[in-house]
Design a protein around this ligand. Structure first.
Ligand SMILES: Nc1nc2c(c(=O)[nH]1)N[C@H]1C(S)=C(S)[C@@H](COP(=O)(O)O)O[C@H]1N2
Ligand SMILES: [Mo]
Length: 203
């Protein structure tokens, strides 16, 4: 069901169809004791590590870069799934290019400003067109609960790869396991192809 249809039905149907509205099926996750937040005006995203030039980007800088929109199912490895979630942001590959990432580097680490969460991808994964730094969810700025002002979205993988409250993207010479990987979850977190995803970038 499309988001628009679910939204229209929910206005007239009191039986619980609102649970199908994209976005409303999310759980809000944090591994810390709270939900940190940096207002858009003070938020900064750094691109660091083995790059030709380090970047420090504002929300406006992200808005000014070539934008990518993508609709994909969002699925947590624990079982919940939100169909057809619409995100917008900037391809991670574009940020890596803009920072003149050293060509011999093999991995990228993602660091959250919550002070605890990290994630990582191989360079090949990081350069996929369906891996974005997103600042927009269902047409609105990403708020505190969903890890705004900007978070990672690794559309083809389980939700734990999509680091919330993203503050630093660090180019590294080797893969550094993330928070959940150190607790036993797979580094390669591809969602099964049988889910019928339609998450190709639309721009
Ligand atoms: N910083 C941070 N990022 C995180 C998490 C977290 O606890 N902290 N949880 C991960 C998991 S397991 C999932 S399923 C998604 C959930 O995203 P949501 O809270 O926006 O629904 O965020 C991922 N990114
Ligand atoms: Mo998750």
């Amino acid at each position: 069901m499309s988001g628009r249809l679910a939204g229209a039905l929910s206005k007239h149907d009191p039986t619980g169809l609102s649970a199908l509205i994209p976005g409303s099926g999310f759980r809000y996750y944090t591994v810390t004791s709270g939900f940190p937040y940096k207002p858009p005006a003070v938020y900064r995203l750094a691109v660091t590590g083995n790059v030709g030039r380090e970047l420090v980007l504002t929300v406006d800088d992200l808005k000014a870069m070539p934008r990518t929109a993508l609709t994909s199912d969002f699925q947590c490895v624990t079982g919940w799934r939100v169909p057809d979630v619409h995100w917008e942001g900037v391809k991670l590959s574009a940020l890596l290019d803009r920072a003149s990432t050293d060509s011999d580097q093999t991995a990228v680490q993602f660091i959250s400003y919550d002070g605890a969460y990290t994630e990582s991808l191989t360079m090949a994964e990081a350069r996929r067109p369906d891996v974005l730094v997103v600042d927009t969810l269902e047409g609105k700025p990403i708020g505190r609960d969903h890890g705004g002002p900007a978070r990672l979205l690794v559309a083809p993988m389980y939700g734990y790869k999509s680091c919330k409250w993203l503050s630093e993207i660090r180019v590294t010479s080797r893969l550094i396991p993330g928070y959940w990987e150190r607790l036993g979850y797979d580094q390669e977190a591809w969602v099964g192809k049988s889910n019928g995803r339609a998450d190709a970038p639309t721009t």
